[in-house]
Design a protein around this ligand. Structure first.
Ligand code: NAP
Ligand code: ZN
Length: 370
């Protein structure tokens, strides 16, 4: 191990178990090998070997500090799946060898109103899987690493029927769109839902919406995705968001829209696509605030709302639903040392439709001394 790595390890080592992964050190967002540590397996903890980890656009936002809340060194990854290697004495839900996953959060207060309603995702003290502060004050590190340890409450079971690689993206992208469709009652058979942005979240939104029996229209800046949207994902219609004639023809036709766009964009056109009482649910998180055109909103009593991932109970329910309806992410599996190229491609929208890192087979050989 080189000297600089040793110093870095000292700084990041407050726990006894040596671990490793890839981290960014600053807002360049460039990732490279990183040695750190994780806690021993506590009474309530599940420890698992990471097999795959999805790459969410949120990872990119965090790496580049788009939202001003990143802390470095930053080990991203919150679509983490693996196999249990050790359990704490109080763990009843899992056993060694089980297929499990961890999504965006690894802690919450467990006493507030949100937690009491199984909405830990809206707990004011929710602890993010990475770039957060754990109860003991240490920085949390995500799934671009060899192993994870988490309280059993924040660990979900991957159903036997679901392959690990294609189910990793369900842990963030999947639950985010599933929860939005369910909570805003856009899951009733026959409703017409628009999905804006056919990326990681968007393509899963189409799959879940079709499984709910909805009519689905994809609204996209990429005409090249039309054929896949219709033939592969089963969308009913595809609108090129640069084509005014197509947009005009679809005005006032939708009950709801799930907006997954990661970049600054106008929502005026989207509001026009809604019927009266239609709901625009924003799940994408652009860097700048969106402009809200009030006249368009009040004509038709339309609603704009946000939705953030989902609670632990609902995440398990979503996975079980995905297994029943054979919902899998469309993925491009990559080796760990391809990660910086993958981030560049993600920033340019060049991914169909989720990158997933093959952590099990490719991480260790990128580390100099493990
Ligand atoms: P992604 O795979 O990059 O997909 C985003 C899609 O948005 C792109 O594929 C593209 O689709 C469209 N898009 C990109 N730039 C655009 C622009 N300038 N104008 C219009 N459309 C554009 O990203 P993702 O992983 O799905 O994440 C999407 C967003 O959701 C991110 O901001 C992420 O942080 C956020 N997110 C939120 C939650 C939550 O809990 N609310 C959870 C996870 C992620 P087309 O090519 O089809 O236009
Ligand atoms: Zn995510």
């Amino acid at each position: 191990m080189a000297n600089s790595e040793y110093v870095e390890e000292q700084e990041a080592s407050v726990h006894p178990v040596k671990t490793y992964g890839w981290a960014a050190r600053d807002e360049s967002g460039i990732l490279s090998p990183f040695y750190f540590s994780r806690r021993m397996t506590g009474e309530e903890d599940v420890r698992f070997k990471v097999m795959y980890c999805g790459i969410c656009h949120t990872d990119l936002h965090f790496l580049k500090n788009h939202w001003g809340i990143s802390s470095y060194p930053l080990v991203p990854g919150h679509e983490i799946v693996g196999v249990v290697t050790e359990i704490g004495t109080n763990v009843t839900k899992f056993k060694v060898g089980d297929k499990v996953g961890v999504g965006c959060m690894i802690g919450s207060c467990r006493t507030c109103e949100s937690c009491a309603k199984n909405l830990e995702n809206y707990c004011p003290n929710m602890i993010l899987t990475y770039s957060g502060k754990y109860y003991d004050g240490t920085t949390t590190y995500g799934g671009y690493s060899n192993e994870m340890v988490a309280d059993q409450h924040y660990v979900v079971r991957i159903p036997d029927d679901l392959p690990l690689d294609t189910s990793a993206p369900l842990l963030c992208a999947g639950i985010t769109v599933y929860s939005a469709l369910r909570y805003f009652e856009l899951d009733a058979r026959g409703k017409h839902v628009g999905v804006v942005g056919l990326g990681g979240l968007g393509h899963l939104a189409v799959k879940f919406a079709k499984a709910f029996g909805l009519k689905v229209t994809v609204i996209s800046t990429s005409p090249s995705k039309c054929k896949e949207a219709l033939e592969r994902f089963g969308a009913d219609l595809f609108l090129n968001s640069h084509d005014q004639d197509q947009l005009q023809a679809a005005m006032s036709t939708m009950d709801g829209i799930i907006d997954t766009v990661s970049a600054d964009h106008s929502i005026e056109t989207l509001l026009h696509l809604l019927k009266s009482h239609g709901k625009l649910i924003v799940v994408g998180v652009p860097q700048m605030p969106l402009q809200v055109p009030i006249f368009t909103l009040l004509g038709g009593r339309k609603m704009i709302a946000g939705s953030g991932i989902g609670g632990m109970k609902e995440t398990q329910e979503m996975l079980d639903f995905a297994a029943k309806h054979n919902i899998k992410a469309d993925i491009e599996v990559i080796p760990m040392d391809y990660i910086n190229t993958a981030m560049d491609r993600l920033s340019m929208g060049d991914v169909r439709y989720r990158f997933v890192v093959d952590v099990r087979n490719t991480l260790q050989k990128t580390m100099s001394s493990v």
